[in-house]
Design a protein around this ligand. Structure first.
Ligand code: T4K
Length: 400
């Protein structure tokens, strides 16, 4: 196999994105019909019938009492924090291995952020590192479930209880995922999700809070709608506009019947990558949780130092083949200049997080409609094997 880096035609005619939206033909058809019905009703937002149905369906799937759908995952965290009274001062313990928004929502609420390291294996918040972050002014612990794999909630909730601090989880990646049979939202703490177009389940833009706490759900509904009390309609607290439109809800509802087939396909892609990359020197696949059921939306691997190519070199080689790999969440929110100390030093030194983020590469799990998914995944794995076999020549081509 020749490689584009040596002048061959790229392996893929069109760019293959990590996170390219998954929209089955049936989903499109259902969406058009539901959106059209919404226009027929002339009710397009503000707690409409589709939004309510979406909330009921997600609550049923996740076996949780309350789902509050909002306009995106970032806003879901903001609404949840406000409903929990986490505004104005104090500190939050956040995982260094998360999307930038998890930390930004805290600083937007005028909370100081302390970044915890992740566990080597799961890449989720390490309870021991989180414990070291807890200070006098700590108010909340916010683990993220990375790539659909659950953080160690028993240990983290025990830690939060020990110090009398609040806790909720960033479950942006965990739609339809379970740990020990329990879905996000059902483990005794509130959790929020993202329904962004790149996610396993999407409302194009959207998100939700999941909680078994009815009083908290009531608060979230009020905050979502400018602070209007959901029963009286009177503005009784400070709120914002976090509403999800009927058209977005329609897209989510239209996707629901496709989800099990979608998960099965993603699982086959995951298994294909695993089989094709097994035993490739210098490549480790991100391990799934033993007691977890995953949605397989993300496929992450790590390029070890003995791979022959650096992560950057492998990334560059694949980009030229139109395989648009991503480096989630590199370089790491804790290493962003916006969180640096006055001396410019990173906000935290997190060895496990740094090691993971300096070697991670996420591969596409969805492809353009002209491609058969399994052969496309096989081809990407073959490109990786070929690139590593020809490491010295690639190194030379990239370094000049
Ligand atoms: N917590 C965690 C752990 C999260 O991962 C996220 C979001 C949040 C909280 C916040 O939730 P939201 O407020 O976003 O609901 C993407 C997504 O925008 C973001 O939702 C996601 N996590 C994050 C991990 O990834 P980007 O900037 O890296 O990628 P983006 O949106 O440019 O899309 C990824 C790729 O997909 C691109 O290469 C192009 C392709 N793509 C994207 C879209 C939107 C398409 O082919 N078609 C499309 O329509 O943030």
């Amino acid at each position: 196999m020749n490689l584009a880096i040596f002048g061959a035609h790229p392996a893929f005619e069109h760019p293959q994105h990590v996170g390219g939206p998954i929209v089955e033909p049936d989903t499109r058809e259902r969406f058009h019909k539901m959106a059209d019905d919404a226009f027929g009703r002339n009710w397009l937002t503000n707690d409409g019938p589709l939004l309510r149905r979406l909330e009921e369906e997600v609550a049923r799937i996740h076996k949780v009492r309350n789902v509050i759908a909002v306009s995106n995952g970032t806003v879901a965290q903001t609404v949840l924090q406000q409903a929990m009274g986490l505004n104005g001062g104090g500190a939050a313990v956040v995982s260094g291995n998360t999307f930038v928004s998890t930390a930004r929502c805290c600083t937007n609420a005028v909370m100081r952020v302390c970044f915890a390291d992740c566990e080597k294996d799961s890449l989720n918040m390490d309870p021991a590192s989180a414990a070291l972050c807890v200070a006098q002014d700590t108010r909340v612990l916010i683990p993220t479930h990375v790539f659909g794999r659950f953080a160690d909630l028993p240990k983290l909730t025990a830690l939060a209880r020990q110090y009398g601090i609040a806790m909720f989880a960033d479950a942006a990646h965990t739609f339809g995922c379970t740990h020990d049979g329990v879905y996000a939202g059902g483990a005794g703490i509130p959790e929020f999700m993202s329904f962004h177009a790149t996610k396993f389940f999407s409302t194009i833009e959207g998100g939700a809070i999941l909680t078994n706490d009815d009083a908290l759900a009531f608060e979230c509904r009020a905050v979502r709608n400018f602070g209007h009390d959901p029963v009286s309609g009177i503005i009784t607290r400070v709120g914002t506009n976090a509403k999800l439109s009927e058209i977005h809800a329609a897209f989510g509802l239209a996707s629901l019947p496709a989800l099990e087939a979608r998960r099965a396909l993603l699982r086959s892609i995951y298994e294909t990558y695993c089989a094709e990359l097994a035993g490739v020197p210098g490549i480790d696949v991100y391990p799934l949780g033993e007691k977890d059921i995953n949605n397989h939306r993300y496929f992450a691997l790590f390029v070890r130092p003995d791979a022959g190519l650096t992560r950057r070199e492998l990334e560059q080689t694949l980009l030229r083949e139109n395989v648009l790999v991503r480096l989630y969440f590199a370089p790491g929110v804790h290493r962003l200049p916006v969180y640096a100390g006055p001396d410019g030093a990173p906000a935290a030194t997190l060895p496990n997080t740094n090691r993971a983020l300096d070697s991670i590469l996420c591969l596409p799990t969805s492809f353009t409609p002209d491609l058969e998914p399994i052969p496309a995944a096989r081809r990407i794995a073959a490109l990786i094997r070929e690139a590593l076999d020809r490491a010295p020549a690639i190194h030379k081509a990239l370094c000049g």
